[in-house]
Design a protein around this ligand. Sequence first.
Ligand code: FAD
Length: 318
Amino acid sequence: MKITEHIKNSNGKTLFSIEVIPPTKGTGIEDLYKNIDPLMEFKPPFIDVTTSREEYVYIEKGNGLMERKITRMRPGTLGICASIQHKYDVDTVPHVLCGGFTKEETEYLLVDCLYLGIDNIVALRGDAMKGENHFVPTEGGHKYAVDLVKHINDLGRGKYLSGDINCADDNRFCIGVAGYPEKHIEAPSMKYDLQKLKEKVDAGADYVVTQMFFDNKKYIEFVKQAREIGINVPIIPGIKPIATKGHLSMLPKTFKIDLPEDLISEITKAKDNTAVKQIGIEWAIAQCRELLDFGVPVLHFYSMGKSDNIKKVARELF
Ligand code: FAD
């Protein structure tokens, strides 16, 4: 079922959902199931599965020289989606990237989604490859998420790269796109970034999922400004309970976000990571309670391989 239908059918009740990361190549899916199992009691109507870009690895050639090869450390987003769907009878939402894929490869992936009964897709540009300082579009691939949204929308209407094909009316995917309550790092201003978000919605995106944030004021202001320029689709907040001292530097660096001073100071004073985890849980509960009062359609949790803290947060709310 489409995310927009799940939201509609909930009659104003906030839903619980999670995002998971595929396991690394060479490992099994069991750890991922162990991560999801404890959260199923909160009945997520959908689970997002991320996609990782290709990266360079350097292989010793034995003669003192290194060979650079391209690999994908976490392949198989669609396989993981199919497995989760089958095991838990829940909708899965693959993240589809511009970076690393030609338009043809993207189209094959979308066709596979149709065969798997996947109704929802989050359309993203992706980041720069590791070691590169800006995003370089893949040759023959899409440049911005908006181009991918148009492609996905076209395909749902039978417009394939090779020409038009008669297809069922319900072939259209429900498309999610990324939104940034603290602005995307490359955007020159919030106004500019919001305008680009509107272009994604005008091109056919059905809902927005936000980057994680720790200060609700930023999300609420973002929603207000989005509504003012005519973005009327659901804006789903992304929540991440902080769990380690290392997150203090890792989260801002990786996700280009700020952490509130109060939270930084509490975590800095914490004696160990058990204490940090508790602070993270309490912060997320307070954040979510305020967001529930604000009437958010879904609370979407970034699990990043951990579920015990999300379970403690969800127990207080759902
Ligand atoms: P876009 O919407 O294309 O925007 C990128 C930048 O270009 C922005 O600064 C925007 O203002 C600007 N822009 C947009 N359109 C235009 C245009 N037409 N002309 C000029 N400028 C333009 N990354 C992964 O690798 N895998 C994932 O699974 C993944 N999941 C994510 C899930 C969520 C909810 C979020 C918020 C992010 C996720 N990301 C993921 C990270 C994402 O790929 C990066 O943040 C990336 O840098 C931007 O992607 P986007 O889709 O927002 O890009």
